[in-house]
Design a protein around this ligand. Structure first.
Ligand code: COA
Length: 141
């Protein structure tokens, strides 16, 4: 009988993933891995009003910037930079060697990341929405 490929709810795969995760990670990375993921959220607040937010995810000693948003009326006051600086401190505390972030190549977001100490590591052609995307990084250690 041929193997069938089914679309399933995520919970349906949980037990299989738990049973095979450890071996699969070892096979993938080439050494024994204890996988641990964390998410950290930051807000910039002034007089009780949130002006900006940022999120990072940490896994594999790498911190990934998942989002930085500053309210349009609060931009260019250093809030985005301060959010990423706090995120870097937390990533450093958890022994991350590197922060990574993505931005459309040549965009204002890339300029912002460069101003925050990130460098272009690679450009993925025709990636998100078919845009060229810059993979940016900042080493912490
Ligand atoms: C990108 C964003 C987070 C920047 O927030 P911000 O609080 O305005 O940024 P800061 O004031 O800390 O800017 C720090 C430096 O980044 C650079 N920068 C920020 N916005 C920029 C822009 N639109 N164009 C070019 N450079 C920019 C500048 O060098 C700036 O320093 P300066 O103001 O002294 O010239 C904000 O514009 C935003 O929310 N944009 C929409 C969402 C987004 O693109 N997020 C980025 C995900 S990586």
């Amino acid at each position: 009988m041929p193997v069938e490929i089914l679309s399933v709810q995520p919970e349906a795969n949980a037990a299989f993933a738990r049973a095979h995760d450890r071996e699969a990670l070892k096979s993938y990375y080439g050494f024994t891995v204890v996988w641990h993921e964390q998410r950290h959220d930051f807000s910039a607040v002034e007089d009780g009003t949130t002006l900006g937010v940022a999120t990072i995810e940490i896994a594999a000693s790498l911190a990934t910037v998942k989002g930085v948003i500053v309210a349009p009326e609060a931009r260019r006051r250093g809030i985005g930079r301060a959010l990423l600086a706090q995120a870097s401190d937390v990533a450093n505390y958890y022994n991350c060697h590197k922060m990574t972030a993505e931005a459309p190549h040549g965009s204002a977001a890339q300029a912002f990341l460069e101003a925050c100490g990130y460098h272009v590591e690679a450009v993925l052609p025709q990636h998100a929405f078919k845009l060229d995307m810059a993979i940016m990084r900042k080493f912490l250690l």
